[in-house]
Design a protein around this ligand. Structure first.
Ligand code: NAP
Length: 429
């Protein structure tokens, strides 16, 4: 397994919210895989820089790309690049201690209102991080730099903007319920924004129970009188940002009121009206989806932000399968679904690999022995970190966490990780 960071587990380490520790227990399943003799981790090795696609093909019979979606989708509105307007994906990477994002700064200390654009679970995650008390956050494995910045936060209100209605929210039922249970937080929903048009009412009636549960939770929020809690989360529906205002930094968001319209497929889409409203704020986080980025020399579908594939088999520009190259996860199907979704997704890809192997469609590689890759990386002065190295980082982080009753204290600098991983004797891989 090649990984550009010293730490395995991708989004479980740098994407899952720090207050959702239980979800991270999936790591024990990955650890069981890592215990197999045939597995080895080559951390700090980047495809395209330290090793090329052609070299991977020369040294391995089968290559599976599992790189996720590293970038974000944009709003494409004026003012989006003003200071104080950020991608939630980066904010998430920052508070989770991703080494590439540790230097970012968020001016939460001079801001009383933040606006979060989007109605998915990432919007829920960043809203919770802005609304939770420092005492709550200090019990988690949130990166220390983020904990320190949020300790000085003056944010009193987080406004979440949903472009469609309360019946079309993309967040899931447990996540919206969780907002209502936060200490020191009132959740506000405007009664008029819960009113359903006929199509939405019909969709809720025949649609999945989970969507009705979400709607019912939103209704309980609307019925709850505010308690005067120190922080508020305001969930708005049928509004889209059309401009971010400010001279050098964000001062307000202009939103357009939307109505719902069915498209040719019958899906209800947001359509802007002429009605406008200005929401003063000091921080804007757009949580409107992740986006995959291309890998050097690997086919890429720019429109979908994925590696083009059929059931996980990478295909070339003519749609022909490239036997021996496969894809899983968000870079295969786009940035949707929870961690569990990847189980079925991976099964599908593995079934194709086994089929291709059984049918003799995979040409064995030229140089299958391990030494070949090791030699190549050595020549490039690339010294990979192994799973045993990761264990040292892991132990170090947990030990430091134990000192302050936290799950771990994350290392966020690559240099520091390498130092801790390689100190004293060299562990076996
Ligand atoms: P998502 O679920 O696709 O939600 C994206 C949201 O952004 C939708 O509400 C979408 O509205 C809205 N949006 C898109 N473009 C917009 C625009 N131009 N203006 C305004 N709103 C816009 O994506 P996500 O939140 O990034 O989550 C990605 C996946 O990870 C999801 O499957 C999510 O469930 C999962 N995840 C799960 C957890 C968890 O289980 N706790 C945590 C984080 C992420 P429309 O619906 O109208 O398109």
């Amino acid at each position: 397994m090649f990984e550009r960071l010293p730490t395995p587990f991708g989004l479980v380490r740098v994407g899952v919210a720090p207050d959702h520790q239980k979800i991270k227990s999936v790591i024990t399943q990955y650890e069981a895989v890592a215990a197999h003799d045939g597995y080895r981790l080559l951390g700090c090795v980047e495809l395209g820089t330290d090793i090329t696609r052609a070299e991977l093909r020369r040294h391995f019979d089968v290559v599976v790309y599992a790189v996720g979606a590293a970038s974000d989708r944009r709003l494409g509105i004026p003012g989006e690049d003003l200071a104080g307007s950020h991608a939630a994906t980066e904010f998430v990477a920052w508070y989770n201690g991703h080494p590439d994002h540790r230097e970012l700064e968020y001016e939460v200390a001079n801001c009383s209102r933040a606006v979060v654009v989007g109605n998915g679970n990432v919007a829920m995650d960043v809203t919770r991080m802005l609304a939770r008390t420092h005492d709550d956050l200090a019990k988690t494995d949130m990166a220390d730099h983020a904990l320190e910045a949020l300790r000085h936060s003056t944010v009193e209100e987080v406004v979440v903007l949903g472009r469609r209605g309360a019946a079309q929210a993309a967040f899931t039922a447990p996540e919206i319920k969780e907002l209502g249970a936060l200490d020191g937080v009132d959740v506000v929903v405007h009664e008029d924004e819960l009113e359903l048009d006929e199509a939405s009412r019909a969709a809720l009636e025949v649609g999945p129970t989970s969507q009705r549960k979400i709607y019912d939770t939103l209704r309980t929020f609307a019925d709850r009188p505010p308690t005067g809690a120190p922080r508020r989360i305001v969930l708005r529906f049928l509004v889209s940002p059309v401009e971010i205002l400010g001279d050098d930094r964000v001062e307000a968001v202009v939103v357009a009121r939307n109505r719902l319209e069915a498209d040719e497929s019958g899906a209800l889409r947001a359509r802007g009206t002429d009605a406008r409203e200005e929401i003063p704020c000091g921080l804007v986080l757009r949580a409107v989806g992740y986006r995959g980025t291309p890998l050097a020399d690997v086919p890429f579908d720019d429109r979908g932000g994925v590696i083009p594939n059929e059931r996980g088999r990478v295909i070339d520009a003519d749609g022909a399968p490239i036997h021996g190259e496969y894809v899983v996860g968000w870079i295969k199907r786009g940035p949707t679904g929870v961690i569990g979704t990847n189980r079925a997704d991976a099964r599908e890809t593995v079934a194709e690999i086994l089929d291709d192997l059984a049918a003799g469609r995979i040409t064995p590689c030229d140089a299958p022995d391990r030494d070949g890759v090791d030699h190549l990386l050595r020549e490039r002065e690339c010294t990979p970190l192994t799973f045993a190295h990761w264990r040292r980082i892991d132990e170090h982080e947990r030990r430091r966490g134990g000192e302050s009753a936290r799950p771990r204290v994350k290392l966020t600098s690559l240099e520091e990780m390498r130092e801790i991983a390689t100190v004293a004797s060299q562990p076996d891989d």
